[in-house]
Design a protein around this ligand. Structure first.
Ligand SMILES: NC(=O)c1ccc[n+]([C@@H]2O[C@H](COP(=O)([O-])OP(=O)(O)OC[C@H]3O[C@@H](n4cnc5c(N)ncnc54)[C@H](O)[C@@H]3O)[C@@H](O)[C@H]2O)c1
Length: 347
């Protein structure tokens, strides 16, 4: 590992729920030297809870004018990802951005183009596929053959949780799937490859405070031929957040069944030529491993050019699927072809 003086210097944008939680992972391989959040309360809470007396700024340009940084980590609300990433790229800073990459595909391409022109790296944090229990299902395709179908129900009761108000607005989040489903869609892409066609139907609205449908049924048709169904509802009394979303997977040579609980995860899998299922229990939900892998790879990508576990591509394609599903739901389930914006694709 590089000596302290050689460590990359990061600025952290967004000091709400996730930013301070993510910061220690960055500090394991780099050094967060400044922070930025427009909320004075968030900046004060940051110093109080972390004990880190870092220079803290209200606006990004103040930070960039005052502190020399190599890279930024963006852990602010989704609607701020594009402007912050573009501003950082224009100052020549590498960009690590949390999911969802942005509100829509044109915003994602703007981020990509800004980083390309500046010659800086751009990675989007999609931890789900990197968490060992979920990565295990990706690896099990070796034994079970290619995926034919996946079924995931993300039915849970959001009323148990105290989410910030911006999560309720489509124009600030990007819609329901950016709130619940974004991780599943990225993992489905890791299992099945690129999506060819998307259709979605919205259920009747249960809570008018959300500016987007709070129940959605999404069908994905992959180029591989695989089909996936993702159903999401924020209005389901029987399950909490961490208990929902366990996939059932049909493969050419067998199947997998994944059951999430709040404190552990159960995975069952079996080949068609076997009489009993294999059972694997994961007591470690695997978040630490995934966050470490993301930041280690991002730093190595910058320092050594080594191919990372994720780039911006996963982030952009995930936003594309979500945008297509939200648009299809407004068109009564019309099947939409991807890419959604062929005119913006790289030439
Ligand atoms: N990968 C994961 O596991 C994971 C988990 C949680 C959240 N996230 C992502 O992290 C992001 C933040 O989520 P959260 O739950 O912490 O939200 P939050 O509302 O708790 O915190 C967001 C913070 O960003 C600040 N902010 C607003 N505009 C800003 C700007 N222009 N520049 C800097 N800061 C700004 C807010 O004042 C607030 O303090 C979201 O994109 C979310 O999807 C990822």
């Amino acid at each position: 590992m590089a000596m302290s003086k050689d460590k990359l210097r990061f600025a952290l944008f967004g000091l709400g729920d996730f930013g301070p939680y993510f910061l220690p992972y960055l500090n394991e391989v780099a050094e967060v030297v400044a922070v930025c959040d427009p909320s004075a309360a968030a900046r004060a809470r940051f110093v109080k809870t972390t004990g880190l007396p870092l220079p803290a700024f209200e606006r990004p340009e103040q930070l960039f004018d005052s502190v020399d940084v190599d890279a930024v980590a963006i852990t602010s609300p989704n609607f701020t990802h594009k402007p912050l990433a573009v501003a950082a790229a224009q100052r020549g800073k590498h960009v690590f951005c949390e999911k969802a990459m942005a509100l829509n595909v044109p915003e994602c391409w703007e981020m990509v183009r800004a980083c390309e022109s500046a010659g800086v790296r751009l990675m989007v944090g999609h931890k789900r596929r990197l968490r060992p229990p979920w990565a295990r299902m990706i690896a099990l395709r070796e034994q079970l053959g290619p995926v034919l179908a996946i079924n995931v129900a993300r039915y849970w009761n959001i009323h148990h949780y105290n989410f910030p108000a911006w999560w309720e607005r489509e124009e600030l989040t990007g819609g329901l799937l950016a709130v619940s489903g974004v991780h599943t869609i990225d993992w489905m892409r890791a299992m099945c490859g690129d999506v060819a066609l998307v259709s979605a139907l919205a259920g009747p609205q249960t809570d008018p405070k959300y500016s987007y449908p709070d129940t959605l049924h999404v069908a994905l048709h992959f180029h591989s031929g695989a089909l996936a169904s993702l159903t999401v509802s924020l209005h389901y009394p029987l399950l909490h957040f961490r208990e929902s979303g366990g996939p059932q997977v049909v493969c050419r040579e067998g199947g997998m069944r994944f059951l999430p609980y709040k404190d552990h995860l159960d995975l069952y899998w079996q080949r068609m030529d076997e009489t009993e299922a294999h059972y694997e229990r994961f007591d470690d939900l695997g978040h630490d491993h995934a966050y470490r892998l993301e930041v280690v790879d991002f730093v190595r990508w910058i320092n050594d050019g080594r191919e990372p576990c994720l780039t911006w591509r996963e982030g952009l394609r995930c936003v594309e699927v979500m945008e297509a599903a939200h648009r299809s739901a407004q068109q009564n389930g019309a099947w939409l072809n991807l890419p959604l914006y062929p005119e913006l694709e790289a030439t």
